[in-house]
Design a binder for this molecule. Structure first.
Ligand code: HEC
Length: 137
Protein backbone atom coordinates (compact mmCIF):
# COMPACT_ATOMS: atom_id res chain seq x y z
CA UNK A 1 0.00 0.00 0.00
CA UNK A 2 2.82 2.38 0.88
CA UNK A 3 4.53 1.94 -2.44
CA UNK A 4 1.32 2.51 -4.32
CA UNK A 5 0.61 5.71 -2.36
CA UNK A 6 4.11 7.04 -2.90
CA UNK A 7 3.73 6.56 -6.61
CA UNK A 8 0.46 8.48 -6.78
CA UNK A 9 0.45 12.08 -8.05
CA UNK A 10 0.02 14.55 -5.12
CA UNK A 11 -3.42 15.61 -6.31
CA UNK A 12 -4.79 12.08 -6.40
CA UNK A 13 -8.14 11.69 -4.60
CA UNK A 14 -6.89 8.40 -3.18
CA UNK A 15 -4.01 10.17 -1.50
CA UNK A 16 -6.32 12.84 -0.10
CA UNK A 17 -8.53 10.11 1.33
CA UNK A 18 -5.52 8.50 2.94
CA UNK A 19 -4.48 11.82 4.53
CA UNK A 20 -7.96 12.30 5.90
CA UNK A 21 -7.96 8.88 7.53
CA UNK A 22 -4.57 9.63 9.01
CA UNK A 23 -5.74 12.99 10.37
CA UNK A 24 -8.86 11.46 11.97
CA UNK A 25 -6.81 8.73 13.59
CA UNK A 26 -4.42 11.30 14.97
CA UNK A 27 -7.13 13.54 16.40
CA UNK A 28 -8.78 10.52 18.04
CA UNK A 29 -5.49 9.70 19.71
CA UNK A 30 -5.22 13.29 20.91
CA UNK A 31 -8.71 13.08 22.38
CA UNK A 32 -8.03 9.92 24.32
CA UNK A 33 -6.35 11.54 27.35
CA UNK A 34 -9.22 14.02 27.66
CA UNK A 35 -11.79 11.25 27.50
CA UNK A 36 -9.89 9.41 30.22
CA UNK A 37 -9.71 12.53 32.39
CA UNK A 38 -13.44 13.20 32.03
CA UNK A 39 -14.22 9.59 32.90
CA UNK A 40 -11.99 9.68 35.97
CA UNK A 41 -13.51 12.96 37.17
CA UNK A 42 -17.00 11.54 36.67
CA UNK A 43 -16.24 8.47 38.74
CA UNK A 44 -14.52 10.56 41.43
CA UNK A 45 -17.44 12.99 41.70
CA UNK A 46 -19.84 10.06 42.06
CA UNK A 47 -17.75 8.64 44.85
CA UNK A 48 -17.47 11.95 46.63
CA UNK A 49 -21.18 12.70 46.34
CA UNK A 50 -22.70 9.33 47.05
CA UNK A 51 -20.37 7.40 49.32
CA UNK A 52 -20.13 7.74 53.07
CA UNK A 53 -23.51 9.42 53.34
CA UNK A 54 -25.25 9.84 56.67
CA UNK A 55 -28.96 9.14 56.79
CA UNK A 56 -30.63 11.11 59.58
CA UNK A 57 -33.69 8.86 59.64
CA UNK A 58 -34.98 8.45 63.19
CA UNK A 59 -37.70 5.82 63.58
CA UNK A 60 -40.93 6.57 65.43
CA UNK A 61 -41.44 2.88 65.99
CA UNK A 62 -39.33 -0.02 67.17
CA UNK A 63 -41.12 -2.52 64.93
CA UNK A 64 -38.30 -3.82 62.71
CA UNK A 65 -40.52 -4.63 59.73
CA UNK A 66 -41.78 -1.05 59.74
CA UNK A 67 -38.30 0.38 60.20
CA UNK A 68 -37.17 -1.77 57.29
CA UNK A 69 -39.97 -0.42 55.10
CA UNK A 70 -39.21 3.16 56.04
CA UNK A 71 -35.44 3.10 55.87
CA UNK A 72 -34.21 0.20 53.80
CA UNK A 73 -36.85 -0.75 51.26
CA UNK A 74 -36.06 2.00 48.76
CA UNK A 75 -32.67 0.45 48.10
CA UNK A 76 -32.97 -3.19 49.12
CA UNK A 77 -36.51 -3.85 47.94
CA UNK A 78 -39.65 -4.92 49.77
CA UNK A 79 -38.41 -8.45 50.33
CA UNK A 80 -34.72 -7.66 50.58
CA UNK A 81 -34.27 -8.74 46.98
CA UNK A 82 -31.95 -5.83 46.19
CA UNK A 83 -31.90 -3.74 43.06
CA UNK A 84 -29.52 -4.12 40.15
CA UNK A 85 -25.80 -4.33 40.61
CA UNK A 86 -25.46 -1.60 43.19
CA UNK A 87 -27.94 -2.63 45.88
CA UNK A 88 -27.23 -6.10 47.23
CA UNK A 89 -29.83 -8.78 47.76
CA UNK A 90 -30.26 -9.27 51.51
CA UNK A 91 -32.46 -12.32 51.15
CA UNK A 92 -29.89 -14.69 49.65
CA UNK A 93 -26.80 -14.26 51.73
CA UNK A 94 -26.69 -15.48 55.28
CA UNK A 95 -25.72 -12.33 57.09
CA UNK A 96 -24.96 -12.42 60.79
CA UNK A 97 -26.82 -10.12 63.12
CA UNK A 98 -23.56 -8.44 63.96
CA UNK A 99 -22.71 -7.81 60.30
CA UNK A 100 -26.09 -6.17 59.69
CA UNK A 101 -25.76 -4.11 62.86
CA UNK A 102 -22.34 -2.84 61.86
CA UNK A 103 -23.20 -1.96 58.30
CA UNK A 104 -26.34 -0.05 59.29
CA UNK A 105 -24.50 1.83 62.03
CA UNK A 106 -21.36 2.60 60.04
CA UNK A 107 -22.42 2.41 56.39
CA UNK A 108 -20.23 1.11 53.60
CA UNK A 109 -19.40 2.82 50.32
CA UNK A 110 -22.79 3.61 48.75
CA UNK A 111 -24.70 2.34 51.75
CA UNK A 112 -25.44 5.25 54.12
CA UNK A 113 -24.91 5.03 57.86
CA UNK A 114 -27.88 5.41 60.21
CA UNK A 115 -26.60 6.99 63.42
CA UNK A 116 -30.07 7.97 64.67
CA UNK A 117 -31.58 4.50 64.95
CA UNK A 118 -31.64 3.73 68.68
CA UNK A 119 -29.59 0.83 69.98
CA UNK A 120 -32.52 -1.42 70.90
CA UNK A 121 -34.33 -0.78 67.61
CA UNK A 122 -31.19 -1.49 65.62
CA UNK A 123 -30.71 -4.75 67.50
CA UNK A 124 -34.22 -5.82 66.52
CA UNK A 125 -33.67 -4.69 62.93
CA UNK A 126 -30.42 -6.64 62.70
CA UNK A 127 -32.19 -9.73 63.98
CA UNK A 128 -35.05 -9.17 61.53
CA UNK A 129 -32.74 -8.76 58.51
CA UNK A 130 -30.45 -11.65 59.40
CA UNK A 131 -33.41 -13.82 60.33
CA UNK A 132 -34.28 -16.63 57.95
CA UNK A 133 -37.97 -15.76 58.14
CA UNK A 134 -37.29 -12.49 56.35
CA UNK A 135 -35.90 -14.45 53.43
CA UNK A 136 -39.15 -16.31 52.81
CA UNK A 137 -41.55 -13.43 53.20
C1 HEC B 1 -29.26 4.57 49.74
C2 HEC B 1 -29.48 3.17 49.56
C3 HEC B 1 -29.45 2.26 50.76
C4 HEC B 1 -30.26 2.31 51.87
C5 HEC B 1 -31.34 3.32 52.22
C6 HEC B 1 -29.89 1.16 52.66
N1 HEC B 1 -28.88 0.46 52.05
FE1 HEC B 1 -28.02 -1.24 52.71
N2 HEC B 1 -26.69 -1.19 51.19
C7 HEC B 1 -26.69 -0.26 50.18
C8 HEC B 1 -25.55 -0.52 49.32
C9 HEC B 1 -25.17 0.28 48.10
C10 HEC B 1 -24.87 -1.62 49.88
C11 HEC B 1 -23.58 -2.27 49.36
C12 HEC B 1 -22.43 -1.72 50.16
C13 HEC B 1 -21.14 -2.34 49.74
O1 HEC B 1 -20.92 -3.52 50.05
O2 HEC B 1 -20.36 -1.65 49.11
C14 HEC B 1 -25.63 -2.03 51.04
C15 HEC B 1 -25.30 -3.12 51.83
C16 HEC B 1 -26.06 -3.56 52.88
C17 HEC B 1 -25.79 -4.76 53.64
C18 HEC B 1 -24.64 -5.73 53.41
C19 HEC B 1 -25.08 -6.71 52.36
C20 HEC B 1 -24.00 -7.67 51.96
O3 HEC B 1 -24.35 -8.64 51.28
O4 HEC B 1 -22.83 -7.44 52.32
C21 HEC B 1 -26.75 -4.86 54.60
C22 HEC B 1 -26.89 -5.96 55.64
C23 HEC B 1 -27.62 -3.72 54.44
N3 HEC B 1 -27.17 -2.96 53.38
C24 HEC B 1 -28.71 -3.47 55.22
C25 HEC B 1 -29.47 -2.32 55.17
C26 HEC B 1 -30.51 -1.99 56.10
C27 HEC B 1 -30.95 -2.87 57.26
C28 HEC B 1 -30.99 -0.77 55.74
C29 HEC B 1 -32.05 0.06 56.44
C30 HEC B 1 -31.73 0.53 57.76
C31 HEC B 1 -30.27 -0.34 54.56
N4 HEC B 1 -29.36 -1.31 54.24
C32 HEC B 1 -30.50 0.83 53.86
C33 HEC B 1 -27.61 0.75 49.99
C34 HEC B 1 -28.58 1.12 50.89
Amino acid sequence: MKIIIQNLPPSSPLLREERKVFAVNRSMKRLLPFILIILTVFILVNFLLFTGQINEYRPETSDPSLVYKEACMECHGGNGEGNGLLYPDLSQELLSEEAVYNIVRNGKLFMPSFPQIPESTLNKLALYVSNKKFKNE
